[in-house]
Design a binder for this molecule. Structure first.
Ligand SMILES: [Zn+2]
Ligand SMILES: [Zn+2]
Length: 251
C-alpha cells in the first residue's frame, strides 16, 4: 500500500512545504485538505474518493476550496468528506460562507458520530476499517486509525502530549504512525501552550505504542526541520523520518 505526503507542513505554506494533505491512491483515501490539496490533480479520478478531516483549522481544510480548479482538469466522481459533525458544520457555514467563497463544491458531508468505526467496502478499492479517537487541541481534533486485512496506519496530528495516554491504545502496533511534530526536543512548554508536541514527545508515544515506523509531519513553518532531524534519537528498533512534500511511503 502506498501513501504519498503531498503536504507536510503545519499552519501555513512556505517555500518547501504546503500544509497537510496525504493521499492513499490504491485505497481512494485522502487525509486532511491543506494547501497541498491542489496536488491531488495527479491522483483524483471519477471513482468515489473519501476525505477524512482531523479538525477545521484552516491549514487542514482550506484545500477543499480548490475543487473547481481540479474539476477543470479532471472528470470527478463523488467525493465524501468525513469528520466530526462540528468540523463539517464549520466547513459548511464558515469556509463556504458566500462572502468568503462563491460556490460550495458538490461534496457529500458524512459526520462520523454514531459509529466508532466505519467500514469502507467498494468494488474498486481494498476494504478498510476507519476508527477515530479524540486528541487534545484548541477547538478539538481527532486522530484516525486505518486497518486493512494485512496492514494498518495511524494519523495523529494537532495534539498535545497530555492526550497521549488516552490515544495510545488506539495506535498500538500500527505498521506506520504519522505523527505531528511541531517543535524540536526541548520546546515542550511552548508545545503544550500551542496544542502541539515536540520531537521527544512524539518519539515517546511511538515507542510506547510499539510502532516500527514513525513519520513526523505538521512541521513548524517558522522553524527549521533540520533542527528536528538533528536530534532524532532512535534506538534502532524504530525508524524515524521527517516527512517532506512528495514523500511516498510503501507499507
Ligand atoms: Zn494544524
Ligand atoms: Zn490545529
Amino acid at each position: 500500500m502506498r501513501l504519498v505526503i503531498l503536504g507536510s507542513g503545519g499552519y501555513h505554506p512556505q517555500n518547501e512545504r504546503h500544509t497537510l494533505c496525504l493521499v492513499l491512491p490504491e485505497a481512494g483515501l485522502i487525509l486532511d485538505a491543506g494547501t497541498a490539496f491542489f496536488r491531488l490533480a495527479d491522483y483524483l479520478d471519477q471513482r468515489r474518493w473519501d476525505i477524512f478531516l482531523t479538525h477545521a483549522h484552516l491549514d487542514h481544510i482550506i484545500g477543499l476550496t480548490y475543487y473547481w480548479s481540479l474539476l477543470q482538469r479532471l472528470t470527478l466522481g463523488e467525493i465524501v468528506v468525513h469528520g466530526r459533525a462540528a468540523t463539517l458544520e464549520a466547513v459548511r457555514s464558515h469556509l463556504f460562507a458566500e462572502p468568503l467563497f462563491p460556490k460550495m463544491p458538490p461534496y457529500r458531508f458524512a459526520p462520523l458520530e454514531g459509529a466508532p468505526r466505519l467500514l469502507l467496502e467498494r468494488a474498486d478499492w481494498p476494504p478498510v476499517e476507519v476508527r477515530y479517537f479524540p486528541l487534545d487541541h484548541p477547538g478539538g481534533s481527532i486522530g484516525y486509525r486505518l486497518n486493512w486485512a494485512d496492514r494498518s496506519l495511524a494519523y495523529v496530528t494537532d495534539t498535545t502530549a497530555r492526550a497521549a495516554e488516552s490515544y495510545l491504545p488506539h495506535i498500538r502496533g500500527v505498521d506506520l504512525l504519522l505523527h505531528e511534530c511541531y517543535f524540536p526536543t526541548g520546546w515542550e512548554d511552548l508545545a503544550a501552550r500551542t496544542g502541539h508536541v515536540s520531537l521527544a514527545q512524539a518519539e515517546r508515544v511511538a515507542s510506547a505504542a510499539g510502532v516500527k515506523r514513525l513519520v513526523l509531519l505538521h512541521h513548524n513553518p517558522a522553524g527549521d526541520v533540520r533542527d528536528v532531524e538533528a536530534s532524532i534519537a532512535s534506538d534502532g528498533t524504530m525508524s524515524v523520518t521527517c516527512a517532506y512534500d512528495g514523500l511516498a511511503l510503501d507499507f
